[in-house]
Design a protein around this ligand. Structure first.
Ligand code: DQA
Length: 139
């Protein structure tokens, strides 16, 4: 199984962002743990970018993957372009958020990804990512 793990804007800054929302780990810490958990069960490709168009292009070039785990960061709440790119993807899409976007500001309740997601893991800090991977490895 080939899984693309996409992280959008500001997720490269984990470790420096508000720990109450996002936890204390860096993205590198999280990715290392994901790699360990996937071992020889899945091939993980990590893509982190702050730019919307680059994320769109990456999705377009990855339509042959079996699954995408995506934390689109703020683009979750704004990006019709990422929604439309994901709409072409035939595999499983797992949505991830470290914080509980449903219990924060009302603008975070707007979500362009949720309707395309097979499953969403929200508000469990780094465990949201680990649960997303576990879900794909077991389903
Ligand atoms: C986030 C939640 C978004 O609202 C926010 O813009 C982020 C991170 C999360 O993982 O909790 O950058 O996707």
């Amino acid at each position: 199984m080939k899984i693309l793990i996409i992280n959008g804007p500001n997720l490269n800054m984990l470790g420096k962002r508000d720990p109450n929302h996002y936890g204390k780990l860096t993205l590198n810490d999280i990715n290392k743990e994901l790699k360990k958990r996937a071992k020889n069960k899945a091939k993980l490709v990590f893509y982190t970018n702050n730019e919307e168009g680059k994320i769109v292009t990456k999705i377009q070039r990855s339509l042959n993957f079996d699954a995408i785990i995506i934390n689109a960061g703020a683009y979750t709440h704004t990006s019709l372009a990422i929604h439309d790119a994901l709409e072409m993807f035939k595999g499983k899409i797992i949505e991830v958020h470290l914080s509980n976007v449903l219990e924060r500001e009302s603008f975070r309740k707007v979500n362009f990804i949720n309707s395309l997601a097979t499953k969403s893991f929200i508000g469990e800090k780094e465990n949201s990512y680990y649960k997303a991977l576990d879900y794909l490895l077991n389903n």
